[in-house]
Design a protein around this ligand. Structure first.
Ligand code: NDP
Length: 449
């Protein structure tokens, strides 16, 4: 129950309007709980109906995606784009292709994206989209035909000044290439800035592929430095997932002197006490699109275990969940604490359930929430848009330096907000308030309502 009657009414309306959207309720409630601590200071938000406007998407698009499989059969998936907020810039957020995709998940992701994009300091609104299509086991031709059909509808809703999608789970460089190709053919115009995460030869940015994982490590490093006078050096790290975010978090954590000992996928996890050999992982996941279990067959001394949640029984100093939402519940969090971890930073979106976050915070662990910790991906997408606009490509070092600056800046922004809110070091509250306040004040200034 929220202390503020106003916020409680907003939350009740969110739940009543869409009773089945549990992930969305969870994301909204976390932000309202943070706001609850400070709302008394901002009567104008209630007077102008800012919070109830903020939690309702500006526009939700839902469409069918018919495509032909390799056997010549017609398949039909459902596509979505949630254009949540364009208050501080064009809608911006990834596309997810996964069988679990539904309105609740995309609304939660789009909602989080508003706050995340606000924290980057770049002018980007919030959106998310995708389809309940499973790219696993599909041929290259099937993925291409699906992407073409998806873009045949989506193209009319996006544009470099309107809405700029990017990748997410199941949407990497290959899918962005097919999506961009179809957009270009249909529109007859080379609007490179309409999608980010593009190939380097057609307007992509160096470091975009690495950005979320690298950014996660940059902000974690700054958090360790400021709050514990410590660093990644000599630490044991467990990272869940073995996709884009997990792979490049492993790379950067290792470069910063840590030993990453475990990775997973949705079937199970590998444990390599000697430290993960990332060349092997990249070969399996990026070149062969294989399964993480293949690692144990190739690297002596490592083991594979069925069931992805077991990864959190492995003791570590730093836990970086980088797979998917709600993978860490209260019990798993207790295990991580008991095993002596000092810090948790979310690479995936909302990987920790609310009770898990409470366990970490009560045990005194450092905790960096996703909307700040994984903002490096979208921040670098913002840098890709800048490069597309000025028709120029920055070097790897230039983009990496800007990314590092953005992540360090986000840490200080949310840490300072936590101090201003009277809960120093509570970065959940800090991120929610810093991200929300910027957008809310622009809503007031623009007279959005
Ligand atoms: P990928 O598709 O590259 O990898 C996802 C990884 O998570 C895979 O190892 C996958 O295993 C695993 N996974 C997916 N769903 C589940 C599930 N239900 N249970 C257990 N494991 C699962 O995605 P990304 O690395 O891009 O994204 C990972 C997370 O990071 C997501 O939450 C995403 O929203 C978030 N994120 C990504 C950004 C980016 O730039 N890519 C930016 C910001 C956030 P399997 O192969 O078996 O499915």
């Amino acid at each position: 129950m929220l202390k503020s009657e106003y916020l409680q009414n907003v939350y009740t309306q969110v739940v009543t309007r869409d009773p089945d959207q549990r992930e969305f309720h969870q994301a909204v409630l976390e932000v309202l709980e943070s706001l609850d601590q400070v709302i008394g200071r901002f009567p104008q938000y209630q007077e102008r109906g800012i919070v109830e406007t903020f939690v309702e998407p500006e526009r939700m698009i839902c469409f069918r995606v018919p495509w032909v499989d390799d056997q010549g059969h017609v398949q039909v998936n459902r596509g979505y784009r949630i254009q949540f907020s364009s208050t501080i810039g064009p809608y911006k957020g990834g596309l997810r292709f996964h069988p679990t995709v539904n309105l609740s998940i995309l609304k939660f992701l789009g909602f989080e994206q508003i706050l995340k994009n606000s924290l980057t300091g770049l002018p980007m609104g919030g959106a998310k989209g995708g389809a309940d299509f499973d790219p696993k086991g599909k041929s290259d031709g099937e993925v291409m035909r699906f992407c073409q059909s998806f873009m045949t509808e989506l193209n009319r809703h996006i544009g470099q000044f309107v809405d700029v999608p990017a990748g997410d789970i199941g949407v990497g460089g290959r899918e962005i290439g097919y999506l961009f190709g179809q957009y270009r053919r249909i529109r007859g115009s080379y609007d490179a800035g309409v999608l980010t995460g593009k190939g380097l030869a057609f307007g992509g940015s160096l470091v975009r592929t690495e950005a979320t994982g690298y950014g996660l490590c940059y902000i974690t490093q700054e958090m360790l430095r400021v709050l514990k006078n410590d660093s990644f050096e000599g630490k044991t790290v467990v990272i869940s997932g073995s996709g884009n975010v997990a792979i490049f978090a492993t790379e950067k954590a290792t470069q910063l002197g840590a030993k990453v000992v475990a990775l997973s996928d949705s079937n199970g996890y590998i444990h390599d006490p000697n430290g993960i050999n990332l060349d092997v992982v990249k070969d399996i996941k990026l070149n062969r699109r294989g399964r993480i279990r293949e690692y144990a067959a190739e690297v002596p001394g490592s083991t594979y275990h069925e069931g992805f949640r077991g990864i959190w029984t492995i003791p570590c100093d730093i836990a970086l969940p980088c797979a998917t939402q709600n993978e860490i519940d209260g019990d798993i969090a207790e295990t991580i604490v008991k095993n002596g971890a000092m810090a948790v930073a979310e690479g995936a979106n909302m990987p920790c359930r609310p009770e898990a976050i409470r366990v970490f915070q009560e045990a005194g662990l450092l905790f960096a929430p996703a909307k700040a910790a994984n903002a490096g991906g979208v921040a670098t997408s913002g840098l890709e848009m800048s490069q597309n606009s000025i028709r120029h490509a920055w070097t790897f070092e230039e983009v990496d330096e800007k990314l590092k600056g953005i992540m360090v800046n986000i840490f200080h922004n949310i840490y300072n907000a936590s101090i201003e809110c009277g809960v120093p070091g509570d970065l959940v509250v800090g991120a929610n308030i810093a991200g929300f306040k910027k957008v809310a004040d622009v809503m007031l200034a623009q007279g959005t309502i």
